[in-house]
Ligand binder design. Structure first.
Ligand code: MG
Length: 425
């Protein structure tokens, strides 16, 4: 069997869902997904000649071939691994289809038939779409009249030039309230989810400066009230996590994490920037609130120091970015030697999501997998095969069909495809 084509399509969901399709000279093709990034499809096209004519079933050797080919250009980490991650999943999909085995089988077999999902609830409201540079844009599936009806000026905000951060301008702080967080939490629990995550670094009426990493006492009180509202809304049996998106300095991150201890968070995500492992370790050691990070780390090497120095309570690699599914398994196994669980970050279409679910089924230390598309109305329609809907009562049943076990619904994909990108052409 030989690879004949490597092609891409970009579907505009709440992120640019970048799908990789690899064709062979047999009647088998594979699908994978890469985490959106500027220049991503050009990188995939540039890597393609290294794969044409190769046998796709030698997944790990081809993965290393791509890796070493790119290493001279300085890519020990970064966007090239977003590309390689999507390619690797497509190679595994082909291999599974060829041997009539689901991906969880190729990854070592199953620990569980269903994977627990946590719902990303954003910031009390969920209507957003972000470009590959994480700049807010108007969701293209949103009807015009619905956009006009959005509360608190969010509609005009979405139609205005971007402010450079996902939440728009600080005057929107009146939508980031304990009441809206609590309401959103109750709505999402009613859908059957037993684990939720909210953003905590939202516009705050007490912020003096959003660049210096400082949190005042008033800001920490405001954030604590958001967390308290969610905990009171859902009770003690639902896991709740909060994301800080790398914003704060060490001492204020510690004050925040300690202030949140009474609310029993599943984790506090990225309270400090990800680059300084010692800074992260100091936060983790100073609080009983579990600290999570990992969506910025690449390959097992990117997690090694953080694990060796006990800087993380939970690892959160993004499986469309960290190097692929086999590499994710290696990261999980490395974390397991430190008795650390994995809760993968995920913002992908159902293709990348199901790929990640296969890994979560196959590793012992899976905690929960992120679902970030509550607000995207066509998410389930985008694929065929597998259960419909894919997530039921907060869990996904991992498909048993060969490979990924789902296929892209190309008619739906084409409807939302970016017209300035090739569609598997
Ligand atoms: Mg995060």
């Amino acid at each position: 069997m030989q690879i004949t084509h490597v092609r891409t399509a970009v579907i505009e969901g709440n992120f640019d869902w970048t799908i990789v399709r690899i064709d062979t000279d047999r009647d088998i093709y594979g699908l994978g997904e890469s985490f959106c990034a500027p220049g991503l499809t050009a990188i995939i096209r540039d890597l393609a000649p290294l794969l044409i004519g190769e046998d796709p079933r030698h997944v790990d050797r081809l993965w290393n071939k791509l890796r070493w080919a790119a290493s001279g250009a300085g890519s020990q980490a970064g966007i090239v691994y977003n590309a390689i991650s999507g390619i690797e999943t497509a190679l595994l999909d082909i291999t599974g289809k060829y041997y009539n085995a689901p991906l969880w089988q190729l990854l070592g077999g199953k620990y569980r038939d269903r994977v627990r999902i946590y719902a990303d609830c954003h910031a009390g409201e969920a209507l957003e779409s972000l470009s590959a540079l994480m700049v807010a844009r108007r969701p293209r599936w949103l009807p015009t009249d619905e956009a006009e009806a959005l509360p608190c000026g969010l509609a005009s905000e979405l139609n205005r030039p971007a402010h450079g951060r996902a939440y728009g301008s600080p005057q929107l702080s009146d939508i980031f309230t304990p009441e809206l967080y609590a309401r959103r939490a109750r709505e999402v629990v009613a859908l059957g989810f037993t684990a939720l995550k909210f953003d905590l670094d939202v516009p705050n009426p007490y912020t003096h400066d959003s660049f210096n990493g400082v949190l005042s006492h008033a800001e920490i009180r405001y954030m604590t009230r958001l967390v308290e509202a969610v905990r009171e809304a859902v009770g003690d049996t639902i896991d709740i996590a909060f994301d800080c998106h790398w914003r704060y300095n060490v001492s204020d991150a510690i004050r925040l994490a300690c202030a949140l201890e009474p609310y029993g968070l599943a984790w506090l995500e990225d309270p400090v920037p990800p680059d300084n492992i010692e800074a992260m370790r100091r936060v983790r050691e100073a609080t009983r609130t579990p600290i999570s990070s990992g969506e910025n780390y690449y390959l097992r090497y990117g997690f090694r120091e953080a694990l060796e120095r006990h800087a993380l309570s939970i690892v959160a690699p993004d499986l469309q970015k960290c190097g692929g599914l086999l590499e994710a398994r290696r990261i999980a196994d490395l974390a397991d030697t430190y008795y650390v669980a994995m809760a993968p970050h995920n913002i992908s279409s159902p293709i990348g999501f199901v790929a990640a679910a296969h890994v979560c089924a196959a590793i012992p230390n899976a905690l929960t997998l992120e679902f970030h598309a509550l607000s995207v109305p066509f998410w389930d329609e985008l694929v065929q095969g597998g259960a419909q809907p894919l997530i039921q009562n907060g869990y996904i049943s991992v498909p048993d069909a060969p490979g990924l076990g789902i296929e892209l619904n190309e008619a739906v994909a084409r409807r939302y495809a970016r017209d300035d990108e090739p569609f598997f052409a």
